[in-house]
Ligand binder design. Structure first.
Ligand SMILES: [Zn+2]
Length: 332
């Protein structure tokens, strides 16, 4: 079900939409899954944007959404394409996504393959502002040092979803100055009258993150060099930022389910290197992680890869704080 991702306005229209959304949630509790889903499609508002706001921005992914929301402040409403808790590597394009993008004045995208489905949505939206090359399209990755860019031949038909490099760059707070600069500059291109507000909001966010970053570093200092395993290759930026070492990945390659041989090799490696923590991005089935944990004695931590995938993690700081606190607790 589409979430009503941002409702800042208190207009009658907005209140009406909230009531409708509440009704959808109530229906969803009562009806079997398929029926509730159909009802949601019929009842869901086509665009979660306020009728009053002048500027409508759409972000493809939850991490970009929470950052864009922080930079935009009250100057824009921000919509989200991939809903909270949805694995963006496993996204199904729907007409509601096209309706959302159709009304957008600006589009914030990941810049790597993480949200490549947005191209299909943009074509369907028929919104020239959202087309590649438009000044209203903001590539949040510009200037970020991208990790794990493949050097050999990349065969997308094998399902590799990181074919232009690892797209999970917002998980290093050190990348936020660059990412938010891209967002603020892009929004200022579209709405120059709000340039100073965007910059002030950005500064406030960076200050808040810098402050909590100092606390995170103190919290994690005793665990530098700890080897951490994960289901998906989500964490190279976070590991680099906080001094962890990648101890192996359950997926053979990003987006590809593990073979028994790969899992056996991982178990051997984890025993040798004494890796004791497995991060399981919580939208994946836990079976493989549990199997590896049984064989090695490691602990499985189910964590939200993106903001909002677990309740109470719907802003940048809360999200990273949840993950880093869980890791510190497990390594203690
Ligand atoms: Zn990924």
């Amino acid at each position: 079900m589409r979430q009503l991702v941002l409702a800042r306005s208190t207009s009658l229209l907005e209140l009406g939409l909230r009531r409708v959304a509440g009704g959808v949630r109530a229906l969803a509790r009562r009806l079997p899954r398929g029926a509730a889903f159909a009802a949601a499609l019929v009842l869901a508002p086509v665009a979660p944007c306020s009728a009053e706001a002048e500027l409508r921005v759409v972000a493809t992914l939850p991490d970009l959404y929470v950052l864009t929301r922080a930079v935009a402040g009250t100057a824009a409403t921000v919509g989200l394409v991939a809903r909270f808790g949805q694995n963006p590597h496993d996204m199904e394009v729907r007409p509601s996504h096209m309706l959302l993008v159709r009304r957008a004045d600006a589009l914030v995208r990941n810049g790597l393959e993480e949200d490549s489905w947005i191209d299909v949505i943009v074509r369907g939206s028929n919104n020239p502002k959202a087309q590649r090359g438009s000044p209203n399209v903001i590539d949040a990755s510009l200037g970020v040092e991208i990790l794990k860019v493949p050097t050999g031949r990349v065969d997308r038909s094998l399902g590799d979803v990181h074919s232009t490099g690892n797209p999970h760059y917002t998980l290093d707070p050190g990348n936020l100055p660059t990412v938010t600069r891209n967002i603020a500059a892009g929004l200022a291109r579209v709405a120059p009258e709000h340039t100073r507000a965007f910059e002030a909001n950005r500064e406030a966010l960076l200050e808040k993150v810098a402050e909590v970053d100092r606390r995170w570093r103190t919290l994690l200092a005793p665990f530098r060099g700890a080897r951490i395993v994960s289901h998906h290759d989500s964490w190279p930026y976070m590991f680099r930022a906080f001094g962890f070492v990648e101890g192996g990945i359950i997926e053979d390659r990003p987006g590809i389910p593990p073979s028994p041989q790969h899992l056996a090799g991982l178990v051997r490696r984890m025993r040798d290197e004494k890796a004791m923590v497995i991060l399981l991005e919580n939208w994946y089935a836990p079976d493989a992680a549990n199997l590896v944990a049984r064989e090695t004695g490691a602990k499985v931590l189910a964590v939200p890869q993106t903001p909002g995938a677990v309740k109470g993690t719907d802003d940048y700081v809360a999200h990273l704080d949840y993950i880093l606190t869980a890791i510190a607790d497990a390594l203690r």
